[in-house]
Unconditional design. Structure first.
Length: 462
C-alpha cells in the first residue's frame, strides 16, 4: 500500500501528492485492523449466509411517511445509543471514557488522538499509542494553499458550514483512494486507502476550522499552529486561546463527546450513503457536513443558547424557582418547545450534558448563562413529567454546550456547528474505514409510490 502526503512546493493546478510510506501510527492501526478482519469478515459472512432471511423489524406506513424514524437500517459497531446510559463509543460510556482514555499532559481531559485510536481499533490505547496518533496528525496537518484560496474566494456572508464543506471537498484532490482506485487497487485493500485519507483529512481539520473562524470573526488574523499542542488544544490556540488552559480542556472535552452518535443520524447516514458508492472520504464527509448543517440536526446547540439569552433578557438578575416555573408553564401551555430537552432514544439525562455541566460547575459556577441553564435543569424536567406529553423530559447534549462556548468568548452562533462537525468527522471516517474493510455494498433501498401503498393497505381489509 502506498500513501501520499501533500507538498507545499508543488504549484497549484499540478499534482501535489508525492509517494511516501505510511507514518508509524497509520502502520500500527493498519496492522491492528488487519489482524481483526478475518474474524470480522467471517462473523458478518456467517450472519448473512445463515440468517440472511431473518426479519429484523416491520416497517409501517406511518414510519415511511415519518422519516423512517426508529427503523433499524444500519449496523454500527463503533457507537450505540443506550436508552439508559447514553452514547457508548466502542462499548464505553462517556464517564468511562473520561476516566480511561489517555490524558493530555497536565490535565484531566483526554487526548482526542486516543479516542480516534479507540474508534478505529476497538481497544483502549496506551499513552504511547494515543501520542502516536497525535504525532501522525501533526505530520499531516499542512493544508494546501488552494484550500484556503477556495475559502477566501467566497462572499463574506457565507455560512461557516458552507466553507467547511467546501474546504473538505476541495481536499478531495488529495485523495489516496481515488488515485489508487484508478490504478486498480484490490477491493480487499480499499480500507487501507480510506485509512490514509481519513488521517489526512482529520489532521487538517483544526487548521481549516481555525482559518474559517479567524477569517470571519477576527479580521483574518491567523495564528500559526503550535507544534507543542495536541490536536484539540491546537485548534483552541489557533483561534486565540493559546494561553487559556480552561478553553483548551473544554475543546478536548467537546471533541470527544461529539465524535459519533450511531450510524443512522442524518450526517452519519448521508456520509455512509455517499461512501457506499465508493466516493472517497472527502466526498462522504462533505456530504455529512451538509446534513449536519440543517436546523433539525446540527444547529440545535445554537438554538438552545439563543433561547437562554432570550430568557435572560426577561430575567436580567435570574428568576427565582417559582418565577421560572411559572414562565416555563406559560411557554409550554402556549405551545412553545423548550430547546435542548428530549431525545429520540435516551430516557435519562444525556451523559454528554452531564460532563459539560460538571465542567461548568468547576470552572464557571458564577456565569449567569450557566446559572440560568442550571436553574432550567432543576425545574423543567419536573414540569415536562407532570405534563406527560414528552417521553424523555431530560436535557440532551445541546442544552448547555452553547452556553459554555459563549462564556469563553466564542459568541458566534453560526460557528458552533463547525466545531460539532470537526468532532463528528472522527466518527464518520472511522465508519467509512470499517465499511470498506468489511466490504459493505452500495446502499440502495427501494421506494414505493403512494398508489402502491394504497393498494397494499387495501388488500389487508383495513
Amino acid at each position: 500500500m502506498v500513501a501520499y502526503t501533500g507538498s507545499e512546493k508543488e504549484k497549484i493546478g499540478q499534482p501535489s501528492l508525492v509517494l511516501s510510506t505510511p507514518g508509524p501510527a497509520v502502520r500500527m492501526i493498519q496492522e491492528k485492523i488487519a489482524a481483526q478482519l478475518p474474524s470480522w469478515r467471517s462473523r458478518v459472512g456467517r450472519l448473512t449466509r445463515e440468517h440472511g432471511n431473518y426479519k429484523i423489524c416491520d416497517v409501517t406506513v406511518e414510519q415511511i411517511y415519518g422519516g423512517i424514524r426508529g427503523v433499524q437500517i444500519q449496523v454500527s459497531d463503533i457507537s450505540y445509543v443506550d436508552p439508559s446510559q447514553g452514547i457508548r463509543l466502542r462499548g464505553y460510556t462517556i464517564p468511562e471514557l473520561m476516566t480511561l482514555l489517555p490524558k493530555a499532559p497536565g490535565t484531566e481531559y483526554p487526548l482526542v488522538g486516543g479516542l480516534y485510536y479507540l474508534l478505529l481499533v476497538d481497544e483502549l490505547p496506551s499513552d504511547e499509542q494515543a501520542c502516536m496518533v497525535e504525532e501522525e496528525w501533526r505530520a499531516r496537518s499542512t493544508v494546501p494553499d488552494y484550500v484556503y484560496q477556495v475559502i477566501q474566494a467566497m462572499p463574506e456572508d457565507t455560512h461557516p458550514m458552507t466553507l467547511l464543506s467546501q474546504a473538505i471537498l476541495a481536499l478531495q484532490r488529495e485523495s489516496v483512494f481515488s488515485r489508487e482506485y484508478a490504478r486498480g487497487i484490490k477491493k480487499a485493500d480499499y480500507w487501507e486507502a480510506y485509512l490514509e485519507d481519513s488521517f489526512n483529512l482529520t489532521a487538517k481539520l483544526p487548521a481549516i476550522a481555525a482559518f474559517i473562524y479567524n477569517l470571519k470573526y477576527r479580521q483574518g488574523d491567523a495564528i500559526p499552529p503550535d507544534p507543542a499542542q495536541d490536536w484539540a488544544a491546537n485548534f483552541a490556540a489557533m483561534i486565540g486561546y493559546g494561553d487559556n488552559q480552561e478553553y483548551q480542556d473544554f475543546s478536548r472535552l467537546v471533541m470527544v463527546i461529539h465524535s459519533d452518535h450511531e450510524g443512522a443520524n442524518v450526517s452519519a447516514h448521508a456520509s455512509h450513503l455517499v461512501a457506499s458508492a465508493l466516493s472517497d472520504v472527502y466526498y462522504a464527509c462533505s456530504a455529512g457536513m451538509d446534513g449536519l448543517a440543517g436546523p433539525l440536526h446540527g444547529l440545535a446547540n445554537q438554538e438552545c443558547l439563543r433561547w437562554l439569552l432570550d430568557v435572560k433578557a426577561i430575567f436580567p438578575d435570574l428568576p427565582n424557582p417559582e418565577a421560572l416555573e411559572t414562565f416555563l408553564w406559560e411557554q409550554i401551555n402556549a405551545g412553545a418547545i423548550i430547546p435542548g430537552y428530549g431525545h429520540a432514544v435516551l430516557r435519562t439525562t444525556d451523559p454528554r450534558f452531564t460532563v459539560q455541566y460538571e465542567f461548568a460547575k468547576k470552572y464557571m459556577p458564577d456565569d449567569k448563562i450557566f446559572r440560568l441553564a442550571s436553574q432550567v435543569y432543576d425545574v423543567l424536567p419536573g414540569i415536562l413529567t407532570r405534563q406527560g406529553k414528552v417521553k424523555n423530559p431530560w436535557p440532551n447534549v445541546d442544552a448547555i454546550n452553547g452556553a459554555l462556548q459563549y462564556h469563553y468568548g466564542v459568541t458566534q452562533f453560526d460557528f458552533y456547528t463547525v466545531l460539532f462537525g470537526v468532532s463528528r468527522i472522527l466518527g464518520l471516517t472511522a465508519h467509512a474505514v470499517w465499511s470498506r474493510a468489511l466490504g459493505k455494498p452500495i446502499e440502495r433501498p427501494k421506494s414505493l409510490t403512494t398508489r402502491l401503498l394504497e393498494e397494499m393497505v387495501s388488500k389487508t381489509g383495513r
